[in-house]
Design a protein around this ligand. Structure first.
Ligand code: NAD
Ligand code: GLY
Length: 369
């Protein structure tokens, strides 16, 4: 099978602009880092799963640019996206005497990327960092756009910063070692871009789903590139989410409630998002914005991608009430009112509130018996 050519997507943010490079055999190639400013030291942040697979090769690729390259290995899992893990990064930076020019490299999925970005944003009030995403989810979404965060037991991604990387290196070959469940989770974020921005892309995903699930390089390359293009278009207009960027959270309000309600790490973020998109589409339909055909089309695609579409019943006596309480702890909420990203018409999203009674109907209809 021919290897796809190098693709580049630009994130246009004035003096914080950068490129996303997409291809196989990139992360372990010194040329991928040739334009980075030289400095004395670098810190690779990775985890116990990705580190043994790829950290040494990244270290070799960086050897000509940095005289000291350190590595810190975090515990693996969404449940470790916490202060103690973040502190392990600061411990490593301080123990090794890292300075303001030390460059951090996030080698891993969205959890490593979000924590490394937050550490880079706050160590000495800001040091450079590079995203080397190794999950599909991280390549199509989390490594791009500068949102960094850790979780709090009361809410997901509630503590963080906007902080852009110097570069994003998406090496499609790293996806070869990704478990199938994680590939499906990444497809949730790919699918997301269709209903909110590009129904032609949704049709392309429908037509190429088998190729994507089989990890055909050309299909993955297109999915990553188009996803990054759409994200770049949104972030370029609204870096700090004062408006438009919120549409990237389609499915996330319900999804975050599932993640927090079950305990972080029980459902994968992409799984919760897949189910959350079905719930948000159903809410859009109940509010008269889209029809049942659209909801069914999206639901079928999410099922075929290997993602759950029935929401879990959360512990406690009032399931819908628990969802509502959890959804109030959301960065889009205003004065305690939940605001949802809904589909106005296929390919276009907006943010609005909805009556609790209607939201309860959606939760009741979507929750597993
Ligand atoms: P993850 O980082 O937990 O990675 C998933 C699993 O795959 C982990 O066990 C990881 O160790 C493993 N893994 C990673 N790369 C691998 C590889 N190449 N081969 C084998 N195993 C590999 O999860 P994720 O789905 O990448 O990211 C989810 C996180 O991203 C969530 O915390 C979510 O909140 C965040 N997120 C952030 C943004 C943003 O804009 N910053 C956007 C979307 C999601
Ligand atoms: N993943 C949502 C955002 O980057 O805004």
């Amino acid at each position: 099978m021919p290897t796809p050519d190098l693709q580049t997507v630009a994130i246009d943010l004035a003096d914080r602009s950068y490129n996303i490079a997409i291809r196989g055999s990139l992360f372990d190639n010194p040329l991928s880092y040739a334009e980075l400013p030289k400095s004395a030291s670098a810190l690779i942040v990775t985890n116990t799963t990705v580190g043994p697979l790829y950290a040494e090769r990244l270290q070799r690729a960086l050897a000509s640019r940095f005289s000291q390259i350190y590595t810190v290995v975090l515990p693996d899992g969404e449940e470790f996206k916490t202060w103690p893990s973040l502190n392990l990064i600061f411990d490593a930076l301080l123990t090794h005497g890292c300075d303001r020019k030390t460059t951090l490299f996030a080698l891993g999925g969205g959890v490593v990327g979000d924590m490394t970005g937050f550490a880079a944003a706050s160590y000495m009030r800001g040091v450079p960092f590079v995203q080397v995403p190794t999950t599909l989810l991280a390549q199509v979404d989390s490594s791009v756009g500068g949102k960094t965060a850790i979780n709090h037991p009361l809410g997901k991604n509630m503590i963080g910063a906007f902080y852009q990387p110097l570069k994003v290196v998406c090496d499609l070959n790293t996806l070869k070692t990704l478990p199938q469940r994680e590939l499906s989770a990444g497809l949730a974020e790919v699918i997301k871009y269709g209903p909110i921005a590009d129904m032609e892309f949704l049709a392309w995903i429908e037509a190429n789903l088998e190729a994507l699930l089989a990890r055909e390089p050309a299909a993955l390359a297109h999915a990553v590139k188009r996803s990054c293009e759409i994200k770049a278009w949104v972030v370029g207009q609204d870096e700090r989410e004062s408006g438009l960027r919120a549409i990237l959270n389609f499915g996330h309000t319900f999804g975050h409630a599932i993640e927090a309600g079950l305990g972080f790490g029980v459902w994968l973020h992409g799984e919760a998002l897949g189910c959350g998109m079905v719930m948000a589409a159903q809410l859009s339909a109940r509010l008269g914005m889209v029809d049942a055909f659209f909801v069914n089309r999206l639901t079928q695609l999410i099922v075929k991608a290997g993602l759950p579409t029935r929401a879990p019943v959360l512990p406690g006596p009032d399931n819908a009430g628990r969802y509502l309480d959890l959804m109030r702890v959301d960065k889009k909420s205003e004065a305690g009112e939940i605001r949802f990203v809904l589909i106005d018409k296929p390919g276009r999203a907006l943010v609005r509130s909805a009556p609790d009674a209607v939201v309860r109907q959606v939760i009741d209809a979507c929750c597993a018996e």
